[in-house]
Write a protein that binds this ligand. Structure first.
Ligand code: SF4
Length: 434
């Protein structure tokens, strides 16, 4: 049987799709990149925000036309967060759907597909309290970087977030299986690993904390770059920062979601820090690792957000000047505490105008941060040929900035010293040091 898989949402979903591919290959399925040739089509879905969710439903309606007009035997499945979010209700929303599988049940997909020969529909959305994929080696999609999930789920229960409901409680993975995967990726020629977790620094296995795991990985694959995301701000410790500083192969980049610059809103979101505490965390990071980059997630228009709260967000952004941020307007998610108990009372037009304001601000901060690199010599991993001009390579420095520089005989996948000459609003321009 041939399967086709399409992935939406975060890096964790990309990684999970690699796991699903590995599971299906093991059972003799063949992957196709042509929808029309597939016997089963899976969409690995995201339910964090309303907009991508609508996109997925519309996509499914289009895909269903293949089933109606071309291949009546075609099976359609939804896997990932939408599966656990809507559960059985998805069969009502999408009548033609055959399969629903939650993030902790991917091992069962081959068996469930086989069952569809005799059964009309199959569903498994149970959440586990232990990592279930330690023995599966995912199949990355090429490139130089590969993801490794080290923990799943989240115990934080932020009031706006659906993740604890769709992915369950925190569960960390056995370090031995993580190290095995790192070594394997190194042998296969990967140059960079990105450690993933909804709360990556909440990793905990027996007595091992995240900073200890990180050090072990940095020592085990010293020629590979190591990145990690997403960090929960109050989980950043001096021990972690010391490890990041000590190992040159650990990238100097932190992704710390601020969410709002108003302590009142943070408290309504049930975030575990105040704005002042967040600023102290930034101060501690910059003191120990001055030349690092910090990116963030910020949303506008959370329940009851006033103009004063919004001004606070602007104020904090101006103090920190994040290198980069993912910026959103709040969309209420069914099933969350905020959906049930708080008032989503900021008009959509106001959410959008506040969002546009912080987008403009972030652009100016990103440019400011990029320009700070000019004149410096940085180690860059050559990741490929620039899409805009084939005479140029592109790559990233340790801070995760994208750098474009003139092509020479250096190999893609090698590390080179690059002098930063200039910057656009989004990209650094450099030259390789001979
Ligand atoms: S920390 Fe909060 S926002 Fe992040 S995944 Fe957990 S509940 Fe969601």
């Amino acid at each position: 049987m041939k399967f086709y898989i399409e992935t939406y949402g975060c890096q964790m979903n990309i990684y999970d799709s690699e796991i699903i591919c590995s599971i299906l290959f093991k059972s003799g399925f063949i992957k196709t990149s042509n929808l029309k040739k597939a016997d089963i089509i899976l969409l690995n879905t995201c339910s964090v925000r309303e907009k991508p969710e609508k996109k997925i439903f519309n996509r499914f309606l289009k895909i269903n036309k293949i089933k109606i007009f071309k291949n009546k035997k075609l099976k359609l499945g939804i896997v990932g967060c939408l599966a656990t979010h809507y559960k059985n209700n998805l069969f009502d929303k999408l009548k033609f759907l055959d399969l629903i599988v939650g993030p902790d049940s991917y091992n069962k997909i081959p068996e469930m597909i086989k069952n569809l020969k005799t059964k009309k529909k199959e569903i498994d959305v149970r959440l586990a309290n232990q990592e279930r994929y330690t023995k599966i080696i995912p199949i990355p999609n090429g490139g130089r970087s590969a993801f490794i999930s080290i923990m799943r789920g989240c115990d934080n229960m932020c009031t706006f977030c659906i993740v604890p409901y769709t992915r369950g409680r925190e569960k960390s993975r056995n370090p031995n299986s993580i190290l095995k995967e790192c070594k394997l990726l190194y042998k296969k020629g990967y140059k960079e690993i990105i450690l993933l977790g909804q709360n990556v620094d909440a990793y905990f296995w027996k007595n091992m904390k995240f900073f200890q795991l990180l050090e072990l990985i940095a020592k085990t694959v010293p020629l590979m770059r190591v990145r990690f995301l997403t960090s929960y701000p109050s989980n950043i410790t001096k021990n972690l920062l010391k490890v990041v500083k000590k190992y040159s192969n650990i990238c100097k980049h932190f992704h710390l979601p601020l969410q709002s610059g108003s302590t009142r809103i943070l408290s309504l979101m049930r975030r575990k820090y105040t704005v002042e505490e967040f600023l102290l965390i930034i101060k501690m990071i910059k003191k120990i690792i001055p030349d690092c980059s910090i990116s963030s997630d910020i949303m506008t228009g959370f329940c009851t957000e006033t103009q004063e709260d919004h001004r606070e967000t602007i104020r904090i952004m101006n103090i920190i000047k994040f290198n980069f941020s993912f910026l959103f307007k709040y969309s209420s998610r069914q099933g969350t505490y905020a959906y049930r108990k708080l008032k989503d009372n900021v008009p959509n037009s106001l959410k959008i105008s506040r969002l546009n304001e912080i987008i403009r601000l972030q652009k100016s901060h990103s440019f400011y941060r990029l320009k700070q690199n000019i004149g410096k010599i940085q180690e860059v991993l050559i990741e490929g040929i620039s899409k805009k001009d084939e005479n140029y390579y592109y790559g990233r420095n340790s801070k995760n900035d994208i750098i474009v520089f003139t092509k020479n005989k250096s190999k893609i996948g090698s590390y080179k010293k690059v002098k930063i000459l200039n910057s656009t609003f989004t990209t650094l321009i450099g030259e390789i040091i001979p």
